[in-house]
Design a binder for this molecule. Structure first.
Ligand code: ADP
Ligand code: ASP
Ligand code: MG
Length: 467
């Protein structure tokens, strides 16, 4: 019976946090015979590493200062967690080698004036490699056998650097071969989240926030009984507690509901985490390292539809809503295919699409930073239609935000959309576009970005009032 537990950046962010985390690992071993730990980098470290790389590419040597901060943060943790002695020295020297490597890679980027996705992954993967070594050493110091394991030895991915996809056959074989012997002798593998390696052993990363996904990948590979995500809030909440003070924990959610929430911006869980869990029927729990007795949230295959109506609201900002409109589009086949073909060629993923039934317009959202090239690409694609005036214009409205409301029970509840839109209207917010998720457990609306907080609060008050 294996439990995979993932600890996020704040859960390993300091000596004190790592001590708590180690305590939770030991406690879990009282009930679970085999525990695999997946850890993120100390909070803020991945950002720091990326900043060093990016500024170097822009010709600035800020990495020297950043290397110092990197070293200080990790040395401080080591000093708080291990007594002076050989093991502490050895670990500090190991950290220093990573720090030197960071500086050397940034220097190379500076000299070359070029930063490839592959180099970005080599640099940004170092945070996890450092944190797991410290956590594993602390567990050993507490008398718990533990071994730091780089996921580059376990998770085999394609070579899509920055957002790699695991090849599950090979990943399962390597994970079994490497971790089973450790587990069999009662040791806790402490594995890097976020990273993998190509077949030829070049380091990749799974995308920002990807350590949650790592836990699910290992859960699948080891046929884990459960996967637990330890973070800094009491589970999945009705809204981002940093933005809505009244947000409260949702005790039970379905995979579908949490998938919609994660996809539409709730940072508490990486959206790719869900699929390996659903497909292998692995229950997923989200818990708070800093309030471990709180039950948090459990994610299960289905929840009764009577179980609440609107359950949560989430938002994604910094988007652009692109519209193609023209009377000549009506009934012309292929416009949508050509539109999204042009967008896909730019390797941009579209978050939301709506089309009026009159077929006079198609709207979709993309990240704001790619708005101009997408509009230009579409104008090129439809140059003939624009000249003929079949298409009147292609334009972007920005910045906008997508507000998404989630709840499986909304499906069978008449009038819910009315209540939702009137609450938003009463808050003085204009809804620019609307889309309903095909799973019918989410409704998304596009609003001007400055209206985000007002719309979220208005919707959240419906949740609080049990509407
Ligand atoms: P970790 O480093 O543990 O992975 P993250 O910062 O990635 O933590 O995710 C946890 C954060 O997600 C919380 O601190 C919270 O601000 C944010 N968050 C956004 N939406 C939600 C939500 N609906 N429920 C809980 N937390 C949310
Ligand atoms: N450390 C990585 C990040 O900051 C992965 C994670 O924390 O999940 O994106
Ligand atoms: Mg996270």
């Amino acid at each position: 019976m294996t439990l995979v537990m993932k600890f996020g950046g704040t859960s390993v962010g300091s000596a004190e946090a790592m001590e708590r985390t180690a305590g939770l690992v030991r406690r879990s071993l009282e009930t679970w015979p085999q525990v695999v730990v997946v850890a993120s980098a100390m909070n803020g470290i991945t950002d720091l590493l990326l900043q060093g790389a990016r500024t170097a590419a822009a010709g600035q040597a800020t990495y020297q200062e950043l290397a110092q901060t990197l070293q200080e943060r990790h040395h401080q943790a080591i000093e708080g967690l291990l007594p002076a002695g050989e093991e502490r020295e050895r670990l500090a020297a190991e950290i220093d080698r990573f720090v030197d490597r960071f500086a050397a890679l940034c220097r190379a980027v500076l000299v070359l004036g070029e930063l490839t996705p592959r180099a970005l992954d080599a640099i940004s993967s170092m945070g996890e490699q450092m944190s797991i070594r410290i956590l594993a050493a602390h567990l050993r110091y507490l008398g718990q056998p533990a071994e730091a394991v780089d996921a580059s030895e376990l998770v085999v991915t394609d070579n899509n650097f920055q957002s790699a996809t695991p090849l599950m056959g090979q990943t399962t074989a390597q994970t079994e071969a490497r971790l089973r012997p450790l587990l069999a002798r009662g040791a806790v593998p402490v594995v890097t989240g976020f990273i993998g390696a190509t077949v030829s052993r070049v380091t990749t990363t799974l995308g920002r926030g990807g350590s949650d996904y790592s836990a699910a990948i290992l859960g699948q590979a080891l046929q884990a009984k459960e996967v637990w995500i330890w973070t800094d809030v009491d589970g999945v909440m009705t809204a981002d507690p940093r933005l809505v003070a009244e947000a409260r924990t949702i005790p039970v959610l379905s995979y579908r509901e949490v998938a919609e929430l994660a996809y539409y911006g709730a940072k508490v869980l990486h959206p790719k985490t869900i699929r390996p869990c659903v497909e292998n029927n692995i229950p997923l729990r989200i818990k708070n390292t800093f309030n471990p007795n709180h039950p948090g949230t459990v994610i299960v295959p289905e929840v009764g539809e009577s179980n609440g109506k609107i359950k949560a609201v989430t938002a994604i900002k910094k988007l652009s809503l692109i519209t193609i409109e023209g009377k000549g589009m009506i009934g012309v086949p292929g416009i949508a295919a050509r539109t999204f073909g042009a967008v896909a060629r730019g390797r941009v993923s579209v978050l939301l699409i709506t089309q009026a039934s009159s077929e006079q317009s198609i709207c979709f959202t993309v990240p704001e930073e790619v708005s101009d090239p997408i509009v230009a690409g579409l104008e090129e694609e439809f140059a003939v239609e624009l000249r003929r005036r079949d298409i009147d214009r292609v334009w972007a409205e920005r910045p906008v935000a997508i507000i998404t409301v989630v709840g499986a029970g909304m499906r069978g509840t008449p009038g819910i959309a009315g209540r939702l839109f009137s609450a938003v209207g009463q808050a003085g917010v204009n809804i620019i576009a609307i889309a309903q998720g095909s799973s019918e457990c989410s409704v998304s609306m596009v609003v001007a970005e400055p209206d985000t907080a007002a719309a979220e609060k208005a919707i959240h008050s419906l949740i609080v009032n049990g509407d």
